[in-house]
Design a protein around this ligand. Sequence first.
Ligand code: NAG
Ligand code: NAG
Ligand code: NAG
Ligand code: NAG
Ligand code: NAG
Length: 420
Amino acid sequence: MLAYPILLLLAVVGTGGTSTKSSPHASRNADSGVLGLSIDAEINLSRLSNVVAADIARAAHFKSHGQGKKRESRHRGKRQSVAISATNSAVSFTSRVKFGDPATEYTLLIDSGSSNTFVGLKKEYSATNSSHATGKTVSVTYGSGKFSGPEYTDRVDLGNNLVITTQRIAGVNHSSGFDGSFDGILGIGPTDLTQGTVSGSSEEIPTILDNLFAQKTIGAKVIGMSLPPFPSNTPGSITFGGADSSKYKGELAYTNLTKTDPAKDYWGIDQSIRYGDSTILKLTSGIVDSGSTMILLAPDAFNAYKQATGATLDDKTKLLKLPKDQYSKLQPLKFTIGGVDYTLNADAQLFPCSLNKALGGDNDSIYLVVNNLGENSVDGLSFINGYSFMERFYTVYDAANSKIGLATTEYTDSEGNCKA
Ligand SMILES: *[C@@H]1O[C@H](CO)[C@@H](O)[C@H](O)[C@H]1NC(C)=O
Ligand SMILES: *[C@@H]1O[C@H](CO)[C@@H](O)[C@H](O)[C@H]1NC(C)=O
Ligand SMILES: *[C@@H]1O[C@H](CO)[C@@H](O)[C@H](O)[C@H]1NC(C)=O
Ligand SMILES: *[C@@H]1O[C@H](CO)[C@@H](O)[C@H](O)[C@H]1NC(C)=O
Ligand SMILES: *[C@@H]1O[C@H](CO)[C@@H](O)[C@H](O)[C@H]1NC(C)=O
């Protein structure tokens, strides 16, 4: 399926020019050495200690979005795809992307829950001779943050010859609520989400994916994401134009995007969940979201999980926590999507123990990545499979055919999170 399985590997991850400095307290690298990391992990301590609040704020935004939108038209093209590299910073995935001519490099969060692309948070957007102000203003709210700023068309270079000469972007001149660990966001969600983000217009803004396809740089409106668990010597990779079969095992299984509001505005799917042999979530809709860290479940499902695991809600971290010696009792958590089971083993249900301190936790406990969607759970949004889920399963978004593909990877059953 893949034309160009290109890996930038550590060269991109380790350059450090625009990256956040890793705090000795937060660095998995310093704390663990479990997997012999050769790169400097990038972690923003403040994001980590607020991981629940940040995910919940996003969920509140997803819940409130929900306006019905028209569907984009379908296209088919020859298969041609190109990958870029992404860094797992423990709570988010970022890539280095160049804007302008001469080019300036920025660190962008890869977000499947939004679709605009903008820069200027940590590093200011510098207009160059390829930047053209459109005279319009772009404003987007993310739940955990929001920004506004003038719209430009500019040259965007994702690397590996993935270049868009006239991408509509925004240069931030006002923002709040972002954690300061990235310069902007590269939105890979459905185009519909851009509607209403440009002043005085209800038009949609063609996304990076739309433009790469329109200019025939890629052969299909498809994105494949490989997000190896943190920490990993292998960087994540985002393939535009197809799925990279070297990044998953066996076959991809596809499921149609859900038709249920508000999940259908995102990478929305229908799924049910079992913990061990008990069903904790009946078949319902929700989303896969690379911009959320955890797996959030509707209150009933969350409470059933909490009870079945025996975990307690920790006041300090707001995370479910278990004494370390209870690890062996954790049962598999099985997500059934399109009739196929995707199983998170015990290890996959944990935050890496080396992050305990950064999370505000203690050394003798394990902290679980499953949390409560709470009042943000509504009909049509009963779960968010954040990147704790995506770290274990290769994920494909096929925008043209409105479907999501999933497959197991070499990391699906890995057990590095809390091994000494
Ligand atoms: C922009 O400036 C660079 C050198 O600074 C030059 O190489 C390039 O051709 C210019 N591009 C445009 C679109 O004028
Ligand atoms: C931000 O940009 C908008 C145009 O999009 C402009 O109207 C506004 O004055 C700018 N604000 C600041 C503080 O520069
Ligand atoms: C982490 O986020 C905080 C809060 O936004 C910010 O002030 C800080 O500069 C960030 N740290 C790093 C290392 O980027
Ligand atoms: C998925 O969508 C396609 C195209 O709309 C349709 O033909 C197919 O029956 C759907 N599959 C399921 C399982 O609903
Ligand atoms: C917790 O673990 C860290 C890193 O492994 C270690 O530096 C620290 O001393 C431990 N703290 C306690 C209270 O055991």
